[in-house]
Write a protein that binds this ligand. Sequence first.
Ligand code: 26V
Length: 795
Amino acid sequence: MPPGATVDSLRAEVLRHLSFTIAKDPGHASLHDWRMALSYAIRDHIVTPWYASTRRTWDEDRKRVYYLSMEYLIGRVLEDAAINLGLRDMAREVIEGLGVDFNALVEDEPDAALGNGGLGRLAACFMESMATLGCPAYGYGLRYEHGLFRQRFEGGRQVETPEDWLVTTNPWEFDRPESAYTVGFKGHVESRDGRDVWVPGETVTASAHDTPVVGWQGRWANTLRLWSAKPTTLFDLERFNRGDYAAATEPEQLARTICRVLYPDDTTYAGKELRLKQEFFLTSAALQDILRRYCYTHKDLGRLPERVAIQMNDTHPAIAGPELIRLLTDKHGVDFDAAMDVARKVLGFTNHTLLPEALERWSTYLFGNVLPRHMQIIERIDSWHRRTYPRPHFVGIVKHHEVRMGELAFIMSHKVNGVSALHSKLVKSSLFPELSALHPDRVVNQTNGVTPRRWLNLCNRPLAGLITETIGDGWQADLDRLHELEPHVEEAGFRDAFAAAKRANKVALTGWIKDRTGVVVSPDALFDVQVKRIHEYKRQLMNVLQTIAHWHAIRQDPQADWVPRVKIFGGKSAPGYFVAKEIIHLINDTARVINADPVVGDRLKVVYPANYNVSMAEKLIPAADLSEQISTAGKEASGTGNMKFMMNGAPTIGTLDGANVEIREQVGAENFFLFGMTTEQVAERRKDPDHARHAIEASQPLQDVLQMLAEGRFSPDHPDRYHGVVDRVWHHDYFLVASDFAAYHAAQAEVDAAYRDPARWWRMAAFNTARSGFFSSDRTIRGYMQEIWSTESAL
Ligand code: 26V
């Protein structure tokens, strides 16, 4: 808690902001006005540590980490900032004392959804952990006017509408129009005095907006700097006067489109010019800012690596390599070889996906058109690499008239990392086998983590309270201390308290589900949750097929001793991803039929609340009994939702994929419902061209489910609606839904058996929390600091 803060002083600050910042009278203030007033009052308490951290970093000339990411999936800020400052309970008391509903006020804040999914949420967790650990850092990103679209269901189908988080004032950002840089596109390259000079054909101005990110207990705060695009020239007055109004506003149009909207597809690479412009806009502005800050107090650019570490969050900012070379050579007169040496010491690259369709590569035609100077530099990097590391056949960046961003990022970095042990192994052996052989020490692993402040302490107050009661305070920033819960797991009293905390969250969720979906569910049922982006490799289809099989089994024998279940789904599909949208439709159709079936009643319910986002995750995860992590082995790089469920005491049903492998190692095999093929078995299985048919023929339940789908049992209005789905399972089952179905079905039966035995179940659940310390993003960031950034905490 900030020194001297009391309920009275905070109330006075809220009222002062209401009067003088918002200019509203308490008698006439809306919920939104109160939220603004409280946000400004809380923000004031962040500014003090923020100044202090920034000043210390300058005074001590510390090395800074620069995290470059096209996405930051932040969610709401108010309650998270308040709890980190130790002001949350005080804020609640103040607000309720003023006659305002605190929960409603918190929920009035729109989510900052500047990201698609895992990659963007990881960036947000990393920012919070860097602040908690006192690692001097800047996050650089784009200030999208519209974040990830809002999802609605119409007749069970996903419909997208634009998201408008900036329609109301964002109280957390500070505009810094004085921090502005020119970013160019297109044009041509000229040779002047023997030097190549890029003459862009278009320019825009990048203007900074800073948001402070405060760590646990307010001991340190870093900056998230998001760029917006402004026209370099306001408009062409001469053209305007001539009556050419459209042409006069061209610069404005270009600027407005750049940060207009987040690309909502994280599965297929599309090769769109605007996307390349966004990536370069972020990267160029960031690098210019970084060099300006460095040159403010240093002369020798050769020593840049002593003070600067730049991390590329996937290949999206991989243009940082050539852009840094351009700035060093063309602008600062450094020679090419020296520039290469500096760039490669400064840059690090994190890979987040092995899916071939998501790997960025640009046609040399488009790339050379938008960034002609960078195209030249990339060719020079390629020949430098070929010269320095001769190989019999070509390994490099430009191949088949494409610029391959993964290879570019690899070559320009001193370290490349995967995001789980299994994934890093695959990055080395299957994604970059030749480059890894040439540079054997380059690929390292940094297993992902999540911040326990948001994902346990804030979102699960009942469990956080029990943990503090049991092992004392301080675990929030030292999550390995959760191991101290282990001896208590054997005590029936502790397990009862653990179950009671879970039940409180489930009761709260039942009310919310009723409001959102109209479906009444019982908190006595097992809450089985799969929430994540909808993608074939994540196999939501397998889950819904198994749900149908389970429903069918209940109908065959309604009087048997069924463990009641609620199947909860959440997630968005990319707008153009037809197959994923069909799966969404199927889940909704299935829910409609099952929920209306009087034979089944409370034994099985299916709910799919629309518009899954960070705030919804904060409600669903603490109330989950079972975590679904069922991707085809080798496809999920890590997963981070899996870690959040574990922390909140939900055992996993899952495959040996991504970080599931490490979760199982930590929690113990007996506390994890494992099923399915391994990465190697998947590869083996695919060699059989009839793998799906063989699997279907061997499983009566799967045959029955596919038969029901084909007959239109879930789409009576359109009996042939799911013929495509059925056909794909039979004939194009790349992700092996059929081949893993029987094992999954059996594992679900094992879950039921465990749930029937409360002592066994709550032991498992509590061990999941007690052994989740490894998955704190603090551990992850310490790993990056030591093994990639060579940087130290300032605390
Ligand atoms: C690719 C593209 C292609 C161009 C259009 C926009 C766009 C946006 C994102 C991506 C790549 C997304 C990769 C990703 O989100 N990977 C996830 O990263 C998580 C954090 O490391 C990890 O836990 C998930 O397993 C992994 O799928």
